[in-house]
Design a binder for this molecule. Structure first.
Ligand SMILES: Cc1ncc(COP(=O)(O)O)c(C=O)c1O
Length: 350
């Protein structure tokens, strides 16, 4: 529906500070980002071809990009040492691994802002990435589904701002993706509704401003609540989640230890968080904690429960065998902070 594509093109330009513009005729509508990503894989990769994806990445990609297309994902390993930023060395390493596996690399897919990190890609990293894909002659897919969630500096830089001078529209991809979109159409009624919603600029501005304010507040609530019990989050400026380091609560610093902790948090604490291993993170102990799908009150309850659990686990550590030593850098000096005389302490001492 042209009215919807026009409204969408204008809204997406506004979200990017009018630093880039979108031609409505190049927009392909799909029922969600899942369909869009899968359609792109069908268009850009043959069965057995590979895409490089920086880790940690959205666990759904293993399903969305691979299941029906037969494409492969080769992880680009990013680490906590530099806040999980993408480096040229990590890209080169992933490219080499793909070649060793005899996989033809067709492109790199990034998520900016990142799910699960909640961080935006700095312009310099995007420039480095664009240089990499240009040198290799491969595609670059940028999933910017969270561009409307940026709540702090540094702001959001769309990859389009970086490639504007270099890229041309590939009509073949637009045409093939339009055909693929037949398998996940957006109903006319939905398009009509969204066209009038996005066409109301006053409403969309107020909505985004209020949404951003709430996300910032909720993120602060979570980060402060976790910090109070000695658990640190990766510094973030976007997204609906925090990337949380729970290593100190694990009985062993291994992926087995991570799964053990995850099960305890799910079954004993009653919270559904995602283990970093499901995002292909190479360092055990990281978890994605979503904060935006609940009220402040519910988040408070979740934090109280997690706090009590952390206190009990820390107290219990005194009688546990020491963690298996591994070569990962432990960068945080965790204070074994206990609330004196808390119920959790007393329980642990019994
Ligand atoms: C990075 C990323 N891409 C795609 C999707 C799928 O989005 P949709 O629900 O619109 O299909 C998600 C959902 O969480 C996501 O986080």
């Amino acid at each position: 529906m042209p009215a919807f594509k026009n409204a969408l093109a204008r809204f997406m330009s506004e979200q990017r500070g009018y630093r880039v513009t979108f031609d409505p005729s190049n927009i392909v509508l799909t029922a969600g980002a899942t369909s869009a990503n899968e359609a792109l894989m069908f268009c850009l990769a043959d069965h057995g071809d590979a895409f490089l994806i920086p880790t940690p990445y959205y666990p759904g990609f293993d399903r969305d990009l691979k299941w029906r297309t037969g494409a492969e994902i080769v992880p680009v390993h990013c680490t906590s040492g530099n806040g999980f930023r993408l480096t040229r060395a990590a890209l080169d390493d992933a490219y080499r691994r793909a070649q060793k596996l005899r996989l033809r690399v067709k492109g790199v897919l990034i998520t900016n802002p990142s799910n699960p990190l909640g961080t935006t890609s700095p312009r310099a990293d995007l420039e480095m990435l664009v240089d990499f894909v240009a040198a290799k002659g491969i595609h670059l897919v940028s999933d910017e589904i969270y561009s409307g969630t940026v709540f702090a500096d540094p702001g959001f830089v769309s990859v389009l701002e970086v490639v504007a001078a270099r890229a041309a529209t590939d009509d073949g991809v637009v045409s093939a993706a339009t055909k693929m979109s037949s398998f996940g159409l957006v109903s006319s009624q939905t398009q009509h509704l969204l066209a009038s919603l996005l066409g109301d600029r006053d409403f969309t501005r107020r909505y985004i401003a209020e949404n951003t304010r709430r996300i910032r507040e909720r993120r602060e609530q979570l980060a402060e609540g976790l910090a109070a019990v000695g658990i640190e989050c990766l510094e973030s400026n976007a997204g609906l989640f925090c990337w949380v380091n729970m290593r100190r609560l694990m009985r062993s610093r291994s992926f087995e230890g991570e799964m053990e902790l995850w099960k305890k948090v799910v079954f004993e604490v009653g919270l559904n968080i995602s283990p970093g291993s499901s995002c292909h993170c190479r360092e055990p102990g990281w978890f994605r904690v979503c904060f935006a799908n609940m009220s402040a009150k519910t988040l408070d309850v979740a934090l109280q429960r997690l706090g009590a659990f952390a206190e009990a686990a820390t107290a219990g550590r005194r009688v546990l065998a020491p963690a298996r030593s591994i070569s990962l850098p432990v960068r945080f000096s965790w204070a074994n902070r206990l609330t004196p005389g808390s119920a959790a302490d007393r329980k642990a001492e019994r």
